[in-house]
Write a protein that binds this ligand. Structure first.
Ligand code: GTP
Ligand code: MG
Length: 588
């Protein structure tokens, strides 16, 4: 036996009530799909049934048996949601009936392309007319021209032919992506004594293994045990029926319609844009029910234009671009297929926004082209979010840390930074350039980290600002500072008086700019010296006996107390000198 769970196929039955679906499943598998006492007593399937067998070729087959009664169509929908192929059953003595039509409409809306038609009860009536009629009606659906077999589950005639025909249908199914993230829609949740919570579902893509960590309604759960077709297995790959024993969740906390997810691989959304697979002529109701996987959620419908709709779900669902939804009107029982086009759609504020959005969706091709168009509209998005929306990452997109930038956006932004900085410095000429945060806002970027990626020479990042390298001070300020520096070059400790600085046009802002440009050093309020002052002051102190008094230092520097007191403290603070308890100092 193949313990990986690969090589299994899953089909779902479809067809009118009492047409013989469950009996045929039993004849094929030897298993009774009707699980409940009530179902067996009434001879009626109410909930989903499960059976499996090994076909003559060795291929394993699991069958999800659905109820045909119109009252239980909700259960039927939960059963077919993740299944790639259908076994359509029509009774020879009754022919195409109401729920045959309804079930086939569901399969058509879901886009199911693979199936087998079985006209059963061939012992009770000539199957030929029902078979020809059903094939005719099916031809216009997603199932197209499909193989058909007549059989009697009662006598067994034709049942081997059903198995053989199923084999060839299954051989034609596209291979599932076993490396895809897991989204297992739960169709049953129950407890097993000693094991705890167990959920079952049809794994349509991906692989699950014992001790996998998954997410269920935003909380972490661990796969404690795994079964497939009644056997414990270490791992199971799509397509497969699986039963997962979960750690981290009580049975009351999980139900049909929940999904077990690969962490971070899906976003839950309650707003989405979809396009109808087949456009409708008449007005849609304001509310429809969305079916996806085993989930059922009500949605408010806002038609955009053409076949595009905006849906608002009453509960968020883990959906991706490319998912096929079934939209159902419970009143008329009409079903429509719809493709998810955006799981994080833009607000529709302005007049005409709905029409514009519909046009965007119409022009947005599926796959890689759509990914480029969507990224171009978003400009910047977290890579994990973009991938979780269901998009492939366009190779020409730019990656910066966790961010993904639309192709060409970096160049566009880089070109905008230079005039932004120039404009800023025109208004605030004493500042070397705008703070990075200001540039981030101006560019509409979500993260200041992104600014670094669009700063190009002659701009540079310095001290949290975007600066023009070597731009210097405004000419008048530069001239005044040059004057001060010329005087300091002659007498390095003769800091100009505050009044002299002001008279030269050097106020606090100008002086701060000169300090930032490393043209002056601020020793204290209104005490500015040239940048070489530390070396000069130290050299002169070296020729004074240690320790020395402030007065000795002042003499060595040839300056006044106004300068000497703050300069001595400034040198203390920089660790050049050390102040002793008796108020004398020495060089360190
Ligand atoms: N004569 C005859 N009767 C059949 C055959 N297959 C099923 N039946 C009978 O038809 C009735 C309905 O069969 P089911 O298999 O329960 O039908 P179903 O399609 O599963 O019905 P629901 O699940 O309720 O939709 C039962 O009484 C069966 O015994 C057949 O091949 N020949
Ligand atoms: Mg049944």
């Amino acid at each position: 036996m193949d313990v990986t769970g690969a090589g299994m196929d899953v089909v779902a039955t479809a067809g009118h009530v009492d047409h013989g679906k469950s009996t045929l499943v039993k004849a094929l598998t030897g298993m009774e799909p009707d699980r409940w006492e009530e179902e067996r007593r009434r001879g009626l399937t109410i909930d989903l049934g499960f059976a499996w067998t090994t076909l003559p070729s060795g291929r394993r087959l699991a069958v999800v048996d659905v109820p045909g009664h119109e009252k239980f169509v909700g259960n039927m929908l939960a059963g077919v949601g993740s299944v790639p192929a259908a076994l359509i059953v029509v009774a020879a003595d009754d022919g195409w009936s109401a729920q045959t039509a309804e079930h086939v409409a569901v399969l058509d809306a879901l886009g199911v392309r693979h199936g087998l038609l079985v006209v059963t009860k061939a012992d009770a009536a000539d199957p030929a007319p029902a078979l020809a009629d059903a094939l005719d009606r099916l031809a216009g659906t997603s199932l197209g021209r499909l193989p058909a077999v007549a059989a009697s589950a009662r006598t067994g005639a034709g049942v081997p032919e059903v198995a053989a025909a199923l084999e060839s249908v299954l051989a034609g199914l596209p291979a599932p992506d076993v490396t895809a993230p897991v989204r297992l829609w739960v169709d049953r949740a129950f407890t097993i004594r000693g094991a705890g919570t167990v959920v079952t579902g049809t794994l349509a893509a991906g692989t699950v293994a014992v001790s996998d960590r998954l997410e269920l309604g935003g909380r972490p759960v661990t796969v404690r045990g795994l079964q497939s077709l009644g056997e414990a297995v270490p791992t199971a790959s799509a397509t497969a029926r699986v039963a997962l024993n979960l750690r981290g969740v009580a049975v009351e906390e999980v139900a049909r319609g929940d999904a077990l997810l690969t962490p971070d691989a899906f976003r839950r959304t309650d707003a989405l844009d979809v396009t109808l697979v087949t456009p409708v002529e008449d007005r849609l109701p304001a509310e429809l029910v969305v079916h996806v996987g085993s989930a059922t959620v009500a949605a408010r419908v806002r038609p955009l234009d053409g076949s595009a709709l905006r849906l608002r779900l009453t509960e968020p669902l883990p959906l991706r671009v490319g998912d096929r939804l079934l939209l159902r009107d419970p009143g008329t029982r009409r079903v429509l297929g719809a493709d998810v086009r955006d799981v994080d759609p833009p607000e529709l504020g302005r007049r005409g926004a709905a029409r514009t959005r519909a046009a965007e969706l119409a022009e947005q091709p599926p796959g890689a082209g759509g990914a480029r168009a969507d990224l171009a509209r978003r400009r910047v998005v977290r890579r994990v979010d973009f991938v979780a929306m269901g998009w492939p990452v366009p190779p020409e997109a730019t990656s910066t840390g966790p961010w993904l930038l639309a192709p060409g956006l970096v160049e566009e932004l880089a070109a905008r930074v230079l005039p932004l900085v120039a404009g800023y410095r025109n208004r605030l000429p004493l500042e070397p350039g705008p703070p990075v945060e200001w540039v981030r806002q101006e560019l509409g970027l979500p993260d200041a980290e992104l600014v670094a990626g669009v700063v190009r020479a002659p701009l540079a990042l310095r001290g949290g600002r975007v600066v023009v390298a070597g731009a210097g001070l405004p000419p008048a300020v530069q001239r005044a500072v040059d004057g001060v520096r010329a005087r300091l070059a002659e007498s390095p400790f003769a800091a100009p008086e505050a009044g002299d600085l002001a008279a030269a046009g050097l106020g606090p802002r100008e002086l701060a700019a000169a300090v930032r440009e490393e043209l002056l050093v601020r020793i204290a309020d209104a005490v500015y010296l040239a940048p070489g002052v530390e070396a000069e002051a130290t050299a002169r102190l070296a020729s004074v006996p240690q320790p020395f008094t402030l007065s000795q230092a002042r003499t060595a520097w040839g300056t006044s107390r106004r300068v000497a007191v703050p300069l001595a403290e400034w040198l203390d603070a920089r660790g050049v000198t050390e102040r002793l308890p008796d108020n004398t100092r020495r060089l360190r």
